[in-house]
Structures are given as C-alpha cells and as structure tokens.
Ligand binder design. Structure first.
Ligand code: SF4
Length: 327
C-alpha cells in the first residue's frame, strides 16, 4: 500500500543568522540556528521536536511558516513549494498554517479584548461580515472552553491557561490544517499544562488538525506526539515513533536526555543509569566539525571529530545520525 503524501515536507532546511560587528556592521560570522534539517509530517499526525534551549527547534518552526526566511532548503505543504511563494499567494497559504506561541501574554495584544484578538485573523483574511465574525468568535471561545462573557475582557484579566486558550482560539479561527505550537505549555503551571494538552488533543480530532509540537520537556512531548524528533545544535539527530524513541533511543544524545527524565514506575527507575553529559552545548556560531555532539559524547571516536554523520533510516523509519550505527 502506498503511503499518502505527507502534509508537510521539510528538506535540507537551513537558517543562518549573520553576526555583524564593527562600525560598518560587517558580517563577522554566522549563527547556524538550523543546519540541514529534513523531516515530514503526515496528515493528522503530531510530530514533537525536542531539544535544549538554543538547539534551533523554534527557528525550525518559524522558518517553516516563513516567519523567518530560510537560508536554503525546501518546505512543501500539500506538495506545494512554500519557499517559492510570494505576496498574496503566501498570505493565502498562511491560512492553512497557524502558530501557537509560548508566552500567551507576550503574544496577545494587551489593548485588545479577547473577542477582538480571536476575530482578528478572520478580518485579516476577509472571512465573513462583522456579524458572522462575532458569531464565529463566540463559537471559538466555547470550543476552547471559555464563556462568551470572556469576549469583552483584556488579556491581563485572564489566567495563564486561559490566555493560552485564547491563543489557540485565534490560531483556530481561520480553520488551519497545520498548527505549529512553539512551547505552548512551558509557561504554564504543571497542573494547567495537562488541561491545555488535552484540549489540543480534542481539537486535533474535532478539526482534523496536524501538529508540529515544539518543546524542551520530554514528558510533555511524549504525552502528545505520535513521532518525536530530537535536535542538537541546529541538527536533527534522531527521529522515530514516540514509543520506539522512549524505549530504544539510538543516538547517544537522546539516550542522555532520556536518562534524566524520571519514570513513574519505581523499579526501572532504580535500574536506570543517569548519563551525565560533560561540558556545555557549543555555540551555534562555532559548531564543532564532524558530529556536532562529539565534544560531549561518551562514545566519541576519531571519525566523529572529522566526518558529519548522515541522518538516515536505520529500519522502520527510525532515523538517526551517528557513526556508531553505521556498519
Ligand atoms: Fe557520539 Fe560519534 Fe555518534 Fe556523534 S557520531 S553521537 S560523537 S558516537
């Protein structure tokens, strides 16, 4: 049976930021925030991307939506090349892909009411008249678990969890197919996190959504994802089904990350050995040659210092980039 075409395909995506200095703002170097990342997402799937702060996961999400212009690489949505779209075409395409941001307080205009914030994308995309938009806004409030009287309130009058519900309603307003959620629950109390994650799962089913879910918290990603990708220093180092990743991580970096996550069952917890990584994450302006993880890897070999390992399928869609895995 042939697999359906993925909703989103990302190929060799790169996003480098110039470092400028001196009186004339001369380019002195570049930060390789995203350095040759390839993956795809099937329709209706949730792909989680994890990694430490600064690993390039948020920039990857922003470059896909072209909130940051990619340096190179391809992004295809339903087979259409996004990086080639201009002006009005890209604006139309934006309806299909929306973003939910980490800090709902910073991403909601403090001078607008919740109702105005939710209805704004409808207005921007010229959907419906004022009456229809108001109806849709009220429906969206209800869909995300808020009441219609909340429409007249301002962002500061809501709790963090409620603000994120407003952010989600705003993203949903134009009925997108893909939502890129960038650390959507990390600013929230742990008790509220699962409510918002459950809401996102319900909405996914109800509205047939596909998610790219970006987070640094492995247990949050495990909760919501079908497949998980692990990023380190701008590169994807491992990508596979959620359970396979958590039960049988192939890449030494993933193994170290997972060894630090507490598991609820005390027995394996006692047997588990925590892998402590030495050193700090190198700067993305001077990434190490060869494997970017070689400065911290407990299994480093000579080849790792010179040759960048290829990110490839090691069976059943379990992708990883590590020389240890090569025959
Ligand atoms: Fe470690 Fe080498 Fe594998 Fe990199 S390629 S993760 S340095 S063993």
């Amino acid at each position: 049976m042939t697999q359906p075409q993925p909703l989103l395909e990302v190929e060799h995506l790169k996003k480098f930021f110039p470092i400028r200095g001196g009186v004339f703002g001369k380019k002195m170097g570049e930060v390789k925030a995203v350095d040759d990342v390839t993956f795809s997402i099937r329709k209706g799937e949730t792909l989680g991307i994890v990694g430490e702060s600064g690993c390039g996961k948020s920039t990857t999400g922003r470059a896909i939506l072209r909130l940051e212009e990619p340096t190179s690489g391809k992004v295809r949505f339903e087979g259409r090349e996004l990086t080639a779209l201009k002006g009005e075409e890209m604006r139309k395409m934006r309806r299909e892909m929306q973003m939910v941001f980490q800090d709902p307080f910073a991403s909601l205009n403090p001078r607008k009411t919740a109702g105005e914030i939710i209805a704004e994308p409808l207005k921007v995309h010229g959907i419906g008249d004022a009456r229809k938009r108001k109806e849709q806004m009220k429906e969206l409030l209800q869909v995300v678990g808020l009441d219609s009287f909340h429409a007249g309130r301002y962002p500061h009058q809501f709790s963090g969890g409620q603000r994120q519900r407003i952010g989600i309603a705003r993203a949903l307003a134009v009925r997108p197919k893909l939502i890129v959620a960038d650390e959507p629950v990390s600013a929230l109390d742990v008790s509220i996190q699962s409510q918002v994650l459950n809401l996102m799962e319900d909405l996914q089913e109800r509205f047939d959504l596909t998610y790219l879910f970006i987070a640094h918290d492995l247990s949050v990603v495990r909760h919501i994802s079908d497949r998980v990708g692990v990023m380190y220093l701008g590169r994807m180092v491992e990508l596979t089904d959620r359970d396979r990743l958590y039960e049988n991580p192939l890449h030494p970096y993933t193994q170290a990350l997972l060894s630090a996550v507490p598991v609820p069952d005390p027995e394996p917890e006692v047997r588990r050995e925590r892998i402590i990584l030495s050193g700090d994450v190198p700067s993305p302006s001077h990434p190490p040659k060869g494997c970017a993880f070689h400065t911290r890897c407990p299994h480093v070999m000579d080849i790792c210092r010179d040759v960048r390992p290829e990110f490839k399928d090691h069976g059943d869609g379990h992708f990883a980039a590590c020389h240890l895995l090569d025959p």
